[in-house]
Design a protein around this ligand. Sequence first.
Ligand SMILES: NC(=O)c1ccc[n+]([C@@H]2O[C@H](COP(=O)([O-])OP(=O)(O)OC[C@H]3O[C@@H](n4cnc5c(N)ncnc54)[C@H](OP(=O)(O)O)[C@@H]3O)[C@@H](O)[C@H]2O)c1
Length: 300
Amino acid sequence: MLSLGSGGARQLGQAAGMTQTEQTALVRRAMDLGVNFFDTSSDYGESEVILSRALKDVPRESYYLCTKWPPFVGRELAEDPQLLVNAVDNSLRRLGTDHVEIMMFHGPLSHHYAPLMERFYPTMERLREQGKFRFIGMSVQYGTEPTQAVGDLAVKRDPELWDVLMLKYGLLNQSLAKEVLPLALEHGVGIMNMAAVRVKLPDPDLLQQLMQEWRDKGYVERGDLPDSDPLGWLVHDDVTSVVSAGYKFAADHPAIGTVITGTSNMAHLEENAAALEKPYLPPDDTQRVKELFRNIVEYV
Ligand SMILES: NC(=O)c1ccc[n+]([C@@H]2O[C@H](COP(=O)([O-])OP(=O)(O)OC[C@H]3O[C@@H](n4cnc5c(N)ncnc54)[C@H](OP(=O)(O)O)[C@@H]3O)[C@@H](O)[C@H]2O)c1
């Protein structure tokens, strides 16, 4: 259920200047903890190469890879399908493999959706027929469209064309539970849950500020949550931190196939793996979290 991401703010430790030895140790520790699914992209710095080095000598059949291609030239949607062909070959070369499990369009917005499908989807299908990947997917762009509208379009217009979508669903981002996740489940579209705790849950100050904003906007009733450590009540028994609560909540929907953690910290990786051994909060806490936040449509 837990997978390891190589993007986000950490990019497998690239942002902090971790050495390849440290990056390899992180990836190998993830495998020891039962993680066998790695998410990457041609857009995550050197992540594909770092993963390839980290997984060298690990039997290829013992893990799964998802990579992505941002279909843009500058800020415009690309036009030439050959760019996709080249991008897939380049990703496979960097990853040191002849196939990945999932190939995704990385981060189109809703106004790109129709031209993207027309220009590039047939080429994706052709590349799949050639055995370069098994499943076709798309990820939403982090933060740009609060409603994650491109995911909405995908499950409403073409659910049969998408094997997998990468979306953000979490304790503070529940809006997809209304339509998108039920439709994905109905049509067998797998959901990879990205950025499920980023950025507010790991940062007590940001979280406190957000709750204050939500009170000021009337989203949360004054008195519903303590001013200080507003979600601290979630931490008890096997829920070791607010972040741990966030990953558990993020996993607790039948449409979610995996929750990707973007940590580059070994202790955090261990905590997150432990959190998903029981991928749900106590039912009363889940209910309270839903009542508090389920009608809020923001991207936080
Ligand atoms: N559009 C896209 O395609 C897209 C966008 C975003 C993400 N993604 C994918 O999804 C993956 C995960 O996303 P993400 O990295 O944004 O999200 P995330 O896993 O929700 O959050 C990562 C952040 O949480 C912190 N964190 C994690 N575990 C923690 C713990 N136990 N205690 C305290 N802090 C903790 C991390 O810091 P530490 O390193 O200090 O633990 C990091 O700052 C990415 O790596 C990428 O593969 C894809």
